[in-house]
Design a protein around this ligand. Sequence first.
Ligand code: AMP
Ligand code: GLY
Length: 417
Amino acid sequence: MKVLVVGGGGREHAIIKKLKENKEIEKIYALPGNGGIAADAECVAIGAKDIDGIVDFAKNNDIGFAVVAPDDPLVLGAVDELEKLGIPCFGPEKKAAIIEGSKVFSKNLMKKYGIPTAAYEVFDDAAKALAYIETAPIPTVIKADGLALGKGVIIAMTREEASDAVRSIMEDKQFGDSGNQIVIEEFLEGPEVSVLSFTDGKTVVPMISSMDHKRALDGDKGLNTGGMGTIAPNPYYTPEVAERCMEEIFLPTINAMNAEGRTFKGCLYFGLMITKNGPKVIEYNCRFGDPETQVVLPLLESDLFEIMKHVAAGTLADAEVKFSSDSACCVVMASEGYPQKYQTGFEITMPADKNIYIAGAKLDGGKLLSGGGRVLGVTETAATLGEAIGKAYETVKTVNFENAFYRKDIGKKAMEV
Ligand code: AMP
Ligand code: GLY
């Protein structure tokens, strides 16, 4: 069977490497993929947001199954269009992807169905939002309603910062129409846990838990990034917390989406904070996390493609979903300067026999050149988290490109739990 994967980052590389373990798949196309993914799939220069291009390609290339990985095409309705061609897909339809596409939608859903989350107010008028901030508890959290490349959340430590955030989102339109509405919410404290889950709308199967490291610099300093590294499992996600999450968050969310006529099929990502009042939802994503996927899938012992087919068919209850008892660590190597200005185009040298997931790179005359802020992720697994971290940093030493930078403390906090 020919399989199409929409997307072109480290997450998609991890998905593609895992799919390749299935013998039924004869060919994988990545749209657009990247220079590193080209080693594992045929990359086609069609952007992940080019829904017409994706649909035309699928129509003309005898595609038997599609995996839509990034948020943008899901929110734009790529799955709806592919399903119209009769192609089974892994990923939610547009009406369910709204759970990530609109924070106002997801907050209102949680309120309506009693799913624990931060208290909040919604505003579509800057003056009213600014007036509210005058008396709001500080710190406060300002969120643009729509997609904003992961930058639409501002934790304001002062009223002035909060007002500046409101003005730049609502008046200066920093994130375009994504800022037509904003959510202002209560600041929560506690360790964060990412739980990706498989769901077909009837059954929900959580994957192994993980921990992202979002800040650019060691000690959780510096700017927010797309994620500088991950570990799995997350030690804060104890069996007791897992049980509460299933009862109070996972099942209620699946049921709420069904009740709204928005059945969710695919990977539903729960961004959780374990507060002293129990686990609460920080955010939902309608897709696999990046770089969470780069630690979660290497620990998946079952066949990913079989699971994805069951999700698409609505028979997830019949699928085997088994994770290893090992731990994993992924260290992201980025271009110095990321998430702001950085240079690219430097040759990457690396061992061929390691789990290295390429996020941003291009091929040039047979050479692999850095081509993004996040360039790649190095994943190692081992019986214990400490060993996995040690191995990952050993492998990082064997990967080279000019101006590479990475955090030295991925997993450190988890080791202290
Ligand atoms: P998001 O872009 O939704 O992933 O949010 C980015 C980060 O902002 C999260 O990973 C949290 O660390 C932080 N955050 C979001 N909402 C809150 C909140 N209500 N309280 C405290 N931190 C938050
Ligand atoms: N690593 C966070 C995300 O994928 O949104």
